[in-house]
Ligand binder design. Structure first.
Ligand code: NAD
Length: 477
C-alpha cells in the first residue's frame, strides 16, 4: 500500500546509519501508514562526499547526454504517475486526480529542462585586438542543497533538481518528511533513467539540523529553499554569512482583483476553484478577493454558495474536490486565524470549523468585513479561507494589493485593456495572471519579489541560478 521510505545516497537506497525513522501519517485518517528514514550528520557527511564525487563526474557529461537522462526520467514519471499519485494522496491528502496530474507534470518539467541543458549558450565578445577571443562560458555552480515543502511534494523537488542537473550540478535534496514517498519515487525515476551515483542524493530528518549542517559546508556551493518567509529569511542570512548563492521561493498573500466589467461567471468559476485547490495550501493561492463595489454583494453571495458546494473528503474517494489539510498544524493555524479575525469584528459567511475529529478536514471558509488589525490581513493563511472586501477604483485597489511585504502573485479580471495594462504595470508581484489562470508552467518563470523571495524557477530563467559565469580571453601564442 505505502512504502517505508529510505535515504538515497551515492546511488543506493539505505536506512539512516542510526536506524532512526519517523512515522508517516495519512491526513485523511490520521493513521500511521509508513515510515521515513531520519538522517543525522553522519548520513549527511556521506551525502556530501557523494555530491562532491558526483559533481566531478556529472559536470563532464555533455549537455546532450544529460538531456537524454532527464527526458528518460520524465518518461518514467509519466508511466508511473498513477502509482506515485496514490502515494501522494495517501501522505498529503489532495484528491487523487490532482496528485496524479502532479506526477505527470514532472514529465513536462523534465522535458523543459532537458531542452534548457542544450540551450545554455555562452557568448563571444568582439575583441579590441587581432587574434584575441573573448568567451563568456556558463559553468555549473557546484553541489546544491535543496529544501522543499509538503504541499507539492513532487513538483517542488523536481523544479529544483531538474534545473540543477540540467546545468551540470549535483544535488542533495531534503524533501518533506511528512510526504516522503512521492518525492522518493521521483528520485527513483532519475536513478532508473541512468543518473550516475552521487549526482542526486535524497535525505530526510530534522529540517533545521540539516540546513544548518549543509548550507555552511564548504562542499555546498548553492542552496535553494521553498517554504515560509520566516524560515527563508533565516536560511538566506545563513547562506549570506557563508557566501552561498541562494534561491528563495517564499510565502504569498495574493490579491485577486475583480472589476465590475469582468466576465462575472467565468471569474467566479476560476476563483472558487483556485481558492480551495489543495485546501488553500498553495503559495500563490488567491487570498484577498478584492471586488469592485457594483458587483460586490452578488460576488459574495455566489462565492459563498460555491464554497458550500465544495465536496470535502478523502482524496482517494471519487468526486472529492478538496481533501484534508496536510497536517494537524494547519488545523490549529486555521482555527487561530479565523478566531482572531472574528474576535476583531470579521463576518464569518461560511465555514470556519474543523470537520469531524478524525482526519484534518476543514470547512471551505469565507470571511468578509475583516478589519486591518486581524492577523489574517497580514500573515499568509495557507488554508481554505477567502477574505472578500469591496473596492471603489483602480488607485484604491492597487494600494491595497501592494500593502503587504509579500509580492508573489496577483490575479485580475476585467474586460478593459486599459485596466489590465495598468494592473500589470502597477501591482508589485513576481507574476500576475489576468482573465485566466496561467502560473507555474515549466516554460514560464515562477518567483516572487519583496518578502516572497528572489530567483526564478521555470522558464529560461530557471536554469540560470545553477550557473556561474567564467570569462576566458585568449590570444594566439
Ligand atoms: P514551516 O515554516 O516550519 O515549514 C515550511 C517548510 O520549511 C517545511 O517543508 C519545512 O520542512 C521547512 N523548514 C522549516 N524550517 C526549516 C529549516 N530551519 N531549514 C530547512 N527547512 C526548514 O511550517 P509548516 O507548518 O511546515 O508550514 C506552514 C507554513 O509554511 C505556511 O504557513 C506557509 O507559509 C509555508 N509554506 C510555504 C510553502 C510554499 O510553497 N511557499 C509550502 C509549504 C509551507
Amino acid at each position: 500500500m505505502y512504502p517505508d521510505v529510505l535515504l538515497f545516497i551515492d546511488g543506493k537506497w539505505r536506512p539512516s546509519l542510526s536506524g532512526r525513522t519517523l512515522p508517516v501519517i495519512n491526513p485523511a485518517t490520521e493513521d500511521v501508514i509508513g515510515s521515513v528514514a531520519h538522517a543525522n550528520t553522519d548520513d549527511l557527511d556521506l551525502a556530501l562526499e557523494a555530491a562532491r564525487k558526483g559533481f566531478a563526474v556529472w559536470r563532464k557529461v555533455p549537455a546532450y547526454e544529460r538531456a537524454k537522462i532527464l527526458r528518460k526520467a520524465g518518461e518514467l514519471m509519466r508511466q508511473r504517475a498513477p502509482e506515485i499519485g496514490r502515494f501522494l494522496t495517501l501522505e498529503q491528502g489532495k484528491p487523487l486526480a490532482e496528485a496524479t496530474a502532479e506526477a505527470m507534470g514532472a514529465g513536462d518539467n523534465l522535458d523543459w529542462f532537458a531542452g534548457e541543458a542544450s540551450r545554455a549558450y555562452g557568448r563571444v565578445i568582439p575583441a579590441r585586438g587581432e587574434g584575441i577571443y573573448q568567451l563568456v562560458i556558463k559553468e555549473p555552480v557546484g553541489p546544491v542543497a535543496a529544501f522543499t515543502p509538503w504541499n507539492f511534494p513532487v513538483a517542488q523537488v523536481n523544479k529544483k533538481v531538474a534545473a540543477a542537473l540540467a546545468a551540470g550540478c549535483s544535488v542533495i535534496v531534503k524533501a518533506p518528511e511528512e510526504t516522503p514517498a512521492s518525492p522518493a519515487e521521483l528520485i527513483r525515476a532519475y536513478d532508473d533513467a541512468g543518473l550516475p551515483p552521487g549526482v542526486l542524493n535524497l535525505v530526510y530528518g530534522v529540517p533545521a539540523e540539516i540546513s544548518e549542517y549543509l548550507i555552511p559546508h564548504p562542499i555546498i556551493r548553492k542552496m535553494s529553499f521553498t517554504g515560509s518567509t520566516a524560515v527563508g529569511k533565516h536560511l538566506a542570512a545563513m547562506a549570506g554569512a557563508h557566501m552561498k548563492r541562494c534561491t528563495m521561493e517564499l510565502g504569498g498573500h495574493s490579491p485577486a482583483i475583480v472589476f465590475d466589467d469582468c466576465d462575472f461567471d467565468a471569474t467566479m468559476k476560476l476563483l472558487s476553484g483556485a481558492k480551495y485547490r489543495n485546501a488553500g495550501q498553495v503559495c500563490v493561492s488567491p487570498t484577498r478577493l478584492l471586488v469592485q463595489e457594483k458587483v460586490y454583494e452578488n460576488f459574495v453571495e455566489k462565492f459563498v454558495a460555491a464554497a458550500k458546494q465544495v465536496k470535502v473528503g478523502d482524496g482517494m474517494e471519487q468526486g472529492t474536490q478538496m481533501g484534508p489539510m496536510a497536517n494537524g498544524r494547519r488545523i490549529t493555524a486555521m482555527e487561530a486565524f479565523i478566531g482572531d479575525a472574528v474576535k476583531h469584528g470579521a463576518t464569518l459567511r461560511t465555514g470556519g470549523k474543523r470537520i469531524g475529529n478524525k482526519g484534518f478536514y476543514f470547512e471551505p471558509t469565507v470571511l468578509t468585513d475583516v478589519p486591518m488589525d486581524a492577523r489574517i490581513m497580514h500573515e499568509e493563511p495557507f488554508g481554505p479561507v477567502a477574505l472578500i472586501a469591496p473596492f471603489r477604483d483602480l488607485d484604491e485597489v492597487v494600494t491595497e494589493a501592494n500593502r503587504l511585504p509579500y509580492g508573489l502573485a496577483a490575479y485580475a479580471y476585467t474586460r478593459s485593456v486599459k485596466t489590465a495594462t495598468a494592473l500589470a504595470d502597477r501591482v508589485e508581484t513576481g507574476q500576475i495572471t489576468i482573465n485566466h489562470h496561467g502560473f507555474a508552467l515549466p516554460e514560464v518563470p515562477f518567483g516572487g519579489v519583496k518578502d516572497s523571495g528572489y530567483g526564478s524557477e521555470g522558464g529560461a530563467e530557471g536554469i540560470e541560478p545553477y550557473f556561474v559565469t567564467k570569462f576566458v580571453t585568449q590570444a594566439s601564442a
